[in-house]
Design a protein around this ligand. Structure first.
Ligand code: HQG
Length: 181
C-alpha cells in the first residue's frame, strides 16, 4: 500500500473519529468508539474506498499511534485530538516537571495575554520533548516552543492526563506557568 494512500486514510480517520463522524453518518459512543465494520461500510457508501485491512495497517503503522482498535477487533477510536466531546476515560497522572508546547510565533501576543487555551479541541496538547513541539508548532507557521512548568501546575491542583499515544493533555495553561525562549 502506498504511503499516499495510508496518509489519506489516516486523515479521513482523523476527520470522522475526532471531528465529524456525521460526515459519513457514523455515530461514536460516549467513549469515542466506532464500530469498525460500520465505519468501512459507511465510508464506502460515501465513495471512500477503504477496507478493514487498510485501516488496520494505518492503525499499526501510524507514526504517532493516532488510533486504537479494541482488543476484540470490533471497534476503533482516536487516541486524542478530538473536537467533539468524548470521554477517553483518562486518569489524572502526575506530569514531568516541565513539558513543551509547540505553537507559532504569530500566536505569541495572544498567548502572553490569555495563556494557552484549547481552542476547538478538548484539551491543550503538550509533549515531553522539544522536537515534537517544534513539529506541532510548524503546522501553524514559524515554530515557537514554550516551556510549561507542569509540575508546579500540578502541585497547585491542576490535572494532567496522558493519551494512549503519549500526548500530555490539560485543560488550559495560565500565562504564569509559561517560560518563554
Ligand atoms: C494556539 C496534532 C492564540 C496553540 C499535533 C495552537 C498535536 C493560541 C493552536 C495536536 C492560544 C491550536 C494538537 C491563545 C493556544 N491565543 N493561539 N491564547 N492558546 N493557541 O491544532 O496543539 O497530527 O488545535 O498554540 O501533533 O497545534 O493531528 O492544537 O497553535 O498533538 O495527530 O492555538 O494535533 O496531532 O491548534 O495540535 P490545534 P495543536 P495530529
Amino acid at each position: 500500500m502506498s504511503s499516499v494512500n495510508l496518509t489519506k486514510t489516516s486523515k479521513f480517520l482523523s476527520l470522522v473519529l475526532r471531528h465529524e463522524p456525521e460526515a459519513i453518518g457514523l455515530t461514536l459512543d460516549a467513549n469515542g468508539w466506532a464500530d469498525l465494520d460500520e465505519l468501512v461500510r459507511l465510508a464506502n457508501a460515501d465513495g471512500k474506498p477503504v477496507t478493514r485491512e487498510l485501516i488496520e495497517q494505518v492503525v499499526r503503522d501510524s507514526d504517532k499511534q493516532r488510533f486504537a482498535i479494541s482488543e476484540d477487533g470490533a471497534r476503533i477510536r482516536a487516541n486524542q485530538g478530538h473536537s467533539i466531546e468524548v470521554d477517553l476515560e483518562l486518569a489524572p497522572l502526575p506530569p514531568p516537571a516541565t513539558l513543551y508546547h509547540g505553537t507559532a510565533t504569530r500566536f505569541a501576543k495572544s498567548i502572553r495575554k490569555l495563556g494557552l487555551v484549547k481552542q476547538s479541541r478538548q484539551h491543550v496538547h503538550l509533549s515531553s520533548d522539544q522536537a515534537t513541539a517544534i513539529k506541532v508548532g510548524s503546522r501553524h507557521g514559524k515554530a515557537l516552543v514554550l516551556t510549561i512548568r507542569a509540575g508546579e501546575m500540578n502541585a497547585r491542583g491542576l490535572s494532567f492526563y496522558q493519551s494512549a499515544n503519549g500526548v500530555w493533555l490539560t485543560d488550559a495553561v495560565a500565562a504564569e506557568f509559561i517560560d518563554w525562549p
